[in-house]
Ligand binder design. Structure first.
Ligand code: GTP
Length: 599
């Protein structure tokens, strides 16, 4: 039976440890991609991914590998995203596999996210194949890195492979290990269909393409399928494999990885983690572990000019077709007018969305500082989720406020341990929990801390303190009570709701002072003096003034015929400037993010 020749694996690696390069070598060895069409780094196809060198979406690929035993195996590689914002996708991708390559850069060693994902793989009972990559680098620390891997998973050093994804050395041996060590999928072909959705993308021409791992049964064109979470039913138009381009096939059978195209308009009908079954012959139980990916941060998004509200709405609608984790609803800000409150998985997700809106839809928008979701218990006992600081209740209006906390782990050379603990406990409201050894001269530090503190101005500080060596990972613990207050900002005596923020009472004064100082740097001088004030609990708690300009400055004016092209140019220019008139004061885009750079 062909199932015995299938191997489904994923690759666990920290950013830059060489996952994409390794998959490219696999493609070469198995002649999977026609070399003439081959671009460098085939797997990362989105521009932003390439520029930032991070993988955001999981893309599967099927290799036909002729092994030393003379048999051709079907190896499916399910790529996992390498950022904590997308942890949910990582865990779904791992659930679709029987094995995982644990890829570690021998010049960097094991890093925090590698550890987190390795534990996820162990929880999913995956067979791990540890591989030391980049052994061609002259100063690779092979011995030390080996010791770290042994520490992490308890294997003997002989079980670790050594390779260079760059030169190709040791790469074939990895595929041999996959064939020999990873077990083929189990699951009955005759049983009712049971398939895991580990991704879904929107294709302009074909609609939603669902990426699935079939656990039981099979699926072919003409079948009626049902999504178990929503109950929605669709008719299958086509099924196929990823080579990595889509290649049609007759049926996808138990154990296989591939795609299903049905007439689905919206990716939110095909939720990552959901189980697909047959509508006519449904399975009794869904695959375990489905939970909806919930946005963790919210920010306001406003069109550069009010006329572009509709365009922004259309762009967000289109965007959502391909990214079910994005949520948004209309927001009306007294200062910024009509816009949207948008929910993201994390800050990287936010950056990616903003950048793609600009590049693909040519939309320039004003983005306000992001915040986490607060949970407020009002006087009448009602619990409200607050996604916008502007709607945070005044003291006296609520009984209790809670914010999300995380389990934070940091791996660092021991010499930076003291400074990191100091930074996190004294500046970031973190609670130091434990320290463990992680190989020679390296430790894992564990903290509990508010999510808001580690999201803003954290990563760069951690890197600076550790000279770039520390790496971090976190997991949401849940909501806990905190003593939080809302600070509002007044520019020229007018409240600018979009500049409000929530802060812990202990930091109320210091953060308010830093924010008004920063704003007075970022807002340009005008012909009159502009007071910038911070107000909390009914009192002004900080103030900074922008001095008046001395001489008159001629306002720039545009005249003459405005052709379509000119209009577009102008629109782009406006977008670039992204200023906002509030009262009589012009506030630039970066002022709305001022709080982000303040701890
Ligand atoms: P993400 O997509 O961000 O997770 O990164 P990645 O793990 O896919 O890393 P990628 O393959 O993009 O490699 C990162 C860098 O390391 C690139 O500049 C590669 O050329 C380089 N690299 C990868 N493998 C090797 C290797 O074996 N030896 C050397 N010297 N460089 C390598």
């Amino acid at each position: 039976y062909k199932r015995d020749r299938i191997r489904n694996i994923s690759i666990i690696a920290h950013i830059d440890h060489g996952k994409t390069t390794l998959v490219d070598r696999f493609l070469d060895i198995t002649d999977t991609v026609d070399r003439r069409n081959k671009k460098d780094q085939f797997m990362d196809s989105m521009d932003i991914e390439r520029e930032r060198g991070i993988t955001i979406k999981s893309k599967p690929v099927k290799l036909n590998y002729l092994a030393d035993d003379g048999i051709t195996y079907e190896i499916n590689i399910i790529d996992t995203p390498g950022h904590v914002d997308f942890n949910y996708e990582v865990s779904r991708s791992l659930a679709a596999c029987e094995g995982a390559i644990l890829l570690v850069d021998a010049s960097q060693g094991v890093e925090a996210q590698t550890v987190g994902n390795t534990y996820l793989a162990i929880e999913n009972d995956l067979e791990l194949i540890p591989v030391l990559n980049k052994i061609d680098i002259p100063n690779a620390n092979i011995e030390e890195t080996l010791a770290e891997i042994v520490d992490l998973i308890g294997y003997s050093p002989e079980d670790c492979l050594q390779a260079s994804a760059k030169t190709g050395q040791g790469v074939k041996e990895i595929l041999e290990a996959v064939v020999k060590r990873v077990s083929p999928p189990s699951g009955m072909l005759e049983a009712p269909l049971k398939a895991l959705i580990f991704d879904a993308i929107y294709d302009k021409y074909r609609g939603v393409v669902i990426h699935v791992r079939i656990f039981e049964g099979s699926v072919k064109a003409g079948d009626r399928i049902q999504m178990m979470a929503s109950g929605e039913i669709f008719e299958v138009v086509e099924v196929g494999y990823f080579l990595p381009q889509m290649e049609i096939t007759d049926s996808l059978d138990a154990g296989e990885v591939g795609y299903i195209i049905a007439v689905i308009k919206d990716v939110s009908s095909a939720k990552i983690g959901d189980t697909v079954t047959s509508a006519n012959n449904p399975t009794d139980t869904a695959l375990p572990g489905y939970k909806e990916a919930k946005p963790m941060v919210y920010a306001g998004m406003f069109p550069g000019m009010p006329e572009y509200y509709d365009e922004l709405r259309k762009a967000l609608d289109k965007f959502k077709l391909n990214d079910a984790s994005l949520v948004f609803e209309p927001e009306n800000s007294p200062a910024l007018g009509f816009g949207f409150r948008v929910g993201f998985l994390g800050l990287l997700h936010m950056d990616v969305v903003r950048e793609r809106l600009e590049r693909e839809f040519e939309i320039a928008c004003i983005l306000t500082a992001p915040n986490v979701v607060y949970r407020v218990t009002l006087q009448n006992g009602e619990v409200a989720e607050i996604t916008n600081p502007a709607s945070f209740p005044e003291p006296g209006e609520f009984l209790r406020v809670e914010e999300p906390f995380v389990d934070l782990s940091i791996i660092t050379p021991s010499e930076y341990m003291g400074n990191l603990i100091g930074f996190i406990t004294s500046e970031k409201r973190g609670d130091f929990k434990a320290v463990e050894n992680a190989g020679k001269n390296r430790v894992v530090l564990r903290f509990e801390a508010p999510l808001s503190e580690i999201m803003f101005d954290f990563f760069d500080r951690m890197k600076a303190i550790s000279r770039g060596y520390a790496s971090m990972d976190y997991e949401i613990l849940g909501y806990r009570e905190s003593d939080l207050v809302k600070v509002t900002i007044l520019v020229n005596k007018e409240t600018v709701d979009s500049l409000s923020f929530i802060v812990h009472v202990d930091k109320e004064y210091s953060v308010a002072k830093k924010v008004v100082d920063k704003l007075s740097e970022l807002i340009p001088q005008h012909q009159f003096q502009i007071p910038i004030q911070a107000k909390s609990r009914g009192r002004i708690i900080a103030r900074s003034d922008i001095k008046a300009l001395r001489k008159d400055v001629l306002a720039k004016c545009y005249g003459g015929d405005v052709t379509r092209k000119m209009k577009l140019l102008e629109k782009q220019k406006e977008g670039k400037k992204r200023m906002r008139e509030i009262g009589q004061v012009t506030i630039p885009q970066n002022a709305f993010l001022a709080i982000l750079r303040i701890g």
